[in-house]
Design a binder for this molecule. Structure first.
Ligand code: NAX
Ligand code: K
Length: 514
């Protein structure tokens, strides 16, 4: 296989990049019509696997409509009953040519959606990545009406109405059952707001030459999909034959308060699953017996408490200071009364994961100026609410999560992991990892605490600092969601409480690691 060709499914592109890549292919001599035949031929092969015998095909003015017309022709010639809905009079020339031929063959074409006969399913070729402005008027009403038919809809490239980059709905959008993304993943497939419209996502690889992908993306920071291969390659496996516990990393967790003891347990159990060599857990003195009963292997450091039951100050064992640890994870259950502790760990030179109250305290301290002081790696793991508190001046993550997380990482120098259905991780150079697979079962209290412990434990094990921190964080996100997926399969989506989740982290890994 040509060098890099197998990485095609890992690349994510903007509409502009996709246009540039295709532009190179055409400039090099590939006829547009030939590429359309090739692509639509592959789509047709997937459509016939769907079953059904009569199909309504929605045709727009651009090449997305052209693809749809080639599929229409091929299905018709295979014996399907095919009806076209084509609400536009102005079309790109190639699309218009395909429409003329389809009509010559005798395929009926309607301009009003109400005239479209009842069919088994619909194919959506109204707009692809060329959509730039909101869909309005009759076409918008038609889309709303088609969504109400509750027929399976197969969208070509993107559900029509979804912006290829931000995933936002431009006016209105087709709610697809399945979307065949053509050639390279478009960003919208990883934006939470588009997921309900995309349905099941499938990449149709039509073998774009890797050289053209490289030529367009070559020097830009990549946006990549986390896969089992990328994730497993950064795990601290296999362990060296001769080692000892401190060589396998020493993680300090700082978490919990009298009010929130559970978060400390869950973070600890996440860290345990990471395989970290040594685990120390700083908690308020009154939580010590509770932690000991759950994680007997850990060194529990009972700390003096404030009146409210938060950690008043870190009381590390004799001969120990923060430099004794290979990484620190701090935040779950702390309450904002633990501000001095967060300030202290931020001032340290240790790799640091901040989550939950660690993030709320950081927001109060002033995120950007505070983090700009740090030399060692910092990992922030906010959900959308925490993100907005941390970065009030960064683009709204509800509008474009990828842009938001990228800006946050650039401003702070931190690795920022924005939690969501498609968790996105950015570093300060603009590289992005996106976790393509997860489960809504993980939308549950305590699930984030498990992630914090897991990432902290992985980070601590990279004692020689050989692996980019962003890659380690991506592996943590992948592992966590794979654990959730397995747990949901065995226990249903309602059965994945955070404690149960911790019990799936090791079994899920053993499925991948032989
Ligand atoms: N570029 C290529 O050569 C290839 C493209 N392919 C298909 O072509 C698509 C991209 O083609 P296009 O660039 O023609 O773009 P689209 O087919 O997405 O549509 C763009 C057309 O729609 C019009 N338009 C945009 N927004 C509108 C709105 N809100 N209301 C009414 N009209 C609007 C534009 O003026 C333009 O004519 C891809 O998504 C894919 O399906 C594939 O055939 C593979 C090859
Ligand atoms: K479409």
């Amino acid at each position: 296989m040509q060098n890099g060709q197998k990485q095609v499914s890992q690349v994510i592109v903007t509409a502009e990049q996709m246009g540039d890549i295709e532009g190179r292919i055409f400039a090099a001599g590939m006829p547009v019509a030939a590429l359309m035949e090739k692509v639509a031929g592959l789509i047709t092969l997937r459509v016939v696997q769907w079953g059904g015998s009569c199909v309504g095909i929605l045709v727009g003015p651009g090449h997305n409509g052209g693809d749809a017309l080639v599929v229409a022709r091929e299905l018709y010639l295979r014996g399907y009953a095919v009806w076209l809905y084509c609400p536009v009079s102005q079309m790109k020339e190639l699309t218009a040519q395909h429409l003329r031929y389809a009509q010559t063959l005798g395929i009926p074409c309607y301009q009003q959606v109400g005239e479209l006969p009842d069919c088994d399913f619909l194919i959506d070729g109204l707009f692809g990545f060329g959509l730039q402005r909101p869909i309005i008027g009759d076409m918008a009403s038609a889309i709303n009406q088609l969504n109400q038919w509750y027929k399976p809809i197969l969208s070509i490239d993107l559900p029509s109405g979804i912006h290829s980059d931000t995933g936002e709905v431009l006016g209105t959008a087709i709610r697809a059952t399945q979307t065949f993304c053509l050639g390279l993943w478009k960003l919208a497939f990883f934006q939470d707001q588009a997921l309900e419209y995309i349905g099941k996502a499938e990449l149709i690889d039509f073998h774009i030459p890797w050289a053209d992908v490289q030529a367009v993306l070559g020097n830009l920071p990549p946006i990549k999909v986390i896969t089992s291969t990328t994730a497993l390659s950064t795990l601290p496996l296999p362990r060296p034959l001769v080692t000892h516990k401190y060589k396998q990393g020493h993680l300090l967790l700082i978490c919990g308060s009298r009010r929130y003891g559970g978060g400390a347990i869950l973070t600890a159990l996440g860290a345990r699953a990471s395989g970290v060599g040594m685990l120390s857990i700083a908690v308020p003195e009154s939580l010590k017996p509770l932690l000991l009963s759950h994680v007997p292997e850990a060194l529990i450091i009972g700390c003096p408490e404030t009146e409210t039951g938060a950690i008043a100050h870190l009381q590390l064992p004799t001969n120990t200071d923060l430099s004794s640890f290979s990484a620190i994870a701090c935040g779950p259950g702390l309450t904002v009364d633990a501000t001095p502790i967060v300030s202290q760990v931020i001032s340290s030179d240790r790799p640091l994961v901040l989550d939950a109250d660690g993030l709320n305290i950081l927001a109060l301290m002033g995120t950007i100026p505070t983090l700009q002081q740090r030399q060692a790696p910092t990992v922030l793991t906010p959900h959308t609410g925490e993100f907005k508190r941390l970065f009030p001046d960064v683009p709204d993550p509800n509008q474009d999560r990828v842009k938001a997380v990228k800006a946050a990482a650039a401003y702070t120098g931190a690795i920022v992991l924005l939690k969501g259905a498609r968790t996105a991780i950015a570093n300060s150079q603009g590289s992005i990892w996106i976790n393509p697979e997860s489960t809504p079962a993980l939308a549950r209290g305590g699930s984030g605490d498990v992630l914090t412990g897991l990432i902290g434990g992985l980070l601590a094990q990279d004692t020689n600092k050989e692996i980019p921190v962003q890659d380690i964080v991506a592996t943590g996100a992948w592992w966590h969601s794979q654990g959730g997926i397995l747990a949901a399969q065995e226990r249903t989506e309602l059965g994945v409480d955070a404690l149960s989740l911790t019990q799936y982290l090791t079994p899920v890994l053993s499925k991948w690691v032989t």
